[in-house]
Ligand binder design. Structure first.
Ligand code: 2M8
Length: 466
């Protein structure tokens, strides 16, 4: 069994309770009336985005099913409609590929061509050997699904939730096997991204250097119609040159039938990401708990979790900066940008004490501004960096999911003071500005899509955990 931050065996994971004496002071600060109005808004948002057997992230920008969105959404649905939480995950995993990969988008066949770019015709998954009958993308997102399933069960345990865990368990194990097997391109025990979209933080400054090495010309975008800039301000979205590179990387992967053999020698983007790998480790911790409930053996999951944490520290922690960085496998160098990705390993309950201290120092520095009382929300990029952009997506604005992951990590590592400050900041942001996709890091103004599902879902979770 792995040792926890203070050498505690089997420290709690994303499901840890705050544990502070007398409950969480943030419950008092948000106020009963505002909390009730926020809950109503969040429920209405999730109900409005429910689409028969899954939830769309947004009716305008993202009208299909997204992988890690569904995990975050299931966490919130468990508070209000547990049957839908399980349906959400079942629908996603019904589109799992034979090799275990869970595609980052499952396309809704009822939607007209052009509802989203790049759509099913671009991905052309039907031609790939391991693809399911449903049209999907060919890449993945962080495997946050096992922790989400475990939280959903913990929130609303029932015979149905145990049955759902039993159905999901082998599929979650296959997802892990895909990532730790075929995607271990560096041979280090970590999974690598083959596209910035796989990180979920698509446009993060962390990807600027590896993206710059991908040959592309913005003019190729004249051949396509971007869907995002029709629904959101172009100043808040990636540029055409970014999109030309996104498209080029997909085209390279698609040309090899989305196969992973020999990627090191031929693929233009290969990066080990702290968030993807922290999620991978957190998933093994969650699988250990799920295994115990359904009568499987938790032991191998704990062993795998310990190996992932050790590899993450070994490969992605920089003792000089005191934070985690992605590693570009094409140069074998850490990427210097200090983004919120560097804080995400805190979700690992067995992160060693030294790295816990370092991540907390980074989070509480002026770069991110975490505090027991926060006057501005947590950002996705270093506020003091010259390339910090307050309105462009993933390059500075505040997002509920990265804040929520850090909040859960703070609880796991017994920092109820900081967890309460972050929770209050998240709830105030959404209560004042609505369930937007992301928020201006100074004014809190809503950006991107309004009525965004994971904002609603994670606000519900934070509300309920006072
Ligand atoms: C954003 O990503 C998609 C591509 O997957 C896009 O920009 O079109 C990201 O914020 C990603 O993390 C998220 O899962 C997706 C849907 O909400 O939107």
């Amino acid at each position: 069994m792995s040792a926890g931050p203070a050498g505690r065996p089997g420290a709690a994971g994303l499901d840890a309770a705050t544990g502070g004496p007398g409950g969480d002071p943030a419950a008092a600060r948000i106020g009963v009336e505002r909390a009730a109005a926020l809950r109503r808004l969040a429920i209405d948002t999730l109900d409005g985005n429910w689409e028969h057997d899954h939830t769309v992230p947004s009716r305008t920008l993202y009208p299909h099913q997204w992988s890690w969105d569904s995990a975050f959404i299931a966490v919130g649905l468990a508070h209000i409609r547990p049957d839908r939480a399980w349906r959400e995950l079942r629908t996603l995993f019904a589109a799992q590929w034979a090799d275990g990969r869970v595609p980052h988008i499952v396309f809704n066949p009822a939607l007209p061509v052009g509802s989203y770019f790049p759509g099913p015709e671009f991905w052309d998954s039907a031609r790939a050997h391991d693809a399911p009958a449903a049209a999907t993308s060919g890449i993945v997102q962080p495997p946050i699904h096992a922790p989400a399933a475990w939280l959903a069960h913990r929130r609303a345990p029932s015979e149905a939730s145990v049955r759902a865990l039993g159905w999901l368990y082998p599929r979650l194990v296959a997802q892990q096997r895909y990532l730790t097997g075929r995607r271990d391109v560096g041979g280090s025990g970590l999974a690598c991204l083959v596209h910035p979209w796989e990180s979920g933080l698509d446009n993060s400054p962390a990807w600027d250097a590896p993206m710059a090495a991908v040959p592309a010309d913005a003019a190729v975008m004249r051949a396509y119609r971007r869907h995002d800039t029709a629904h959101a301000d172009a100043a808040q979205r990636p540029t055409d040159l970014d999109y030309a590179r996104y498209v080029a990387i997909v085209a390279a992967y698609r040309a090899g039938g989305y196969g992973d053999a020999g990627l090191a020698g031929r693929h233009p983007f290969l990066v080990e990401c702290p968030l993807l790998n922290a999620a991978l480790g957190a998933a093994e911790h969650a699988l250990a708990r799920i295994a115990a409930v359904i009568g499987a053996d938790p032991g191998p999951h704990r062993e795998r979790a310990a190996r992932i944490t050790a590899a993450l520290v070994d490969r992605l922690y920089d003792p000089i900066t005191g934070t985690f960085h992605p590693r570009d496998l094409r140069t074998d160098r850490l990427i210097p940008a200090r983004t919120v990705l560097g804080l995400m390993p805190l979700i690992l309950p067995d992160l060693p004490a030294r790295q816990v201290r370092a991540v907390l120092a980074e989070a509480c520095s002026p770069r991110f501004g975490l505090a027991a009382r926060m006057d501005r929300p947590l950002t996705t990029h270093d506020r003091t960096a010259p390339d910090f952009e307050p309105v462009r997506y993933w390059r500075g604005p505040s997002w509920l999911n990265t804040s929520w992951l850090l909040w859960r990590g703070l609880r796991a590592h017994r920092r109820p003071d900081l967890a309460a400050g972050l929770r209050e900041s998240m709830l105030a942001l959404v209560a004042r500005n609505g369930c937007h996709e992301y928020f201006h890091p100074d004014t809190g103004a809503g950006l991107g899509s309004p009525a965004f599902s994971w904002t609603a879902s994670l606000a519900l979770d934070a509300l309920a955990e006072s």
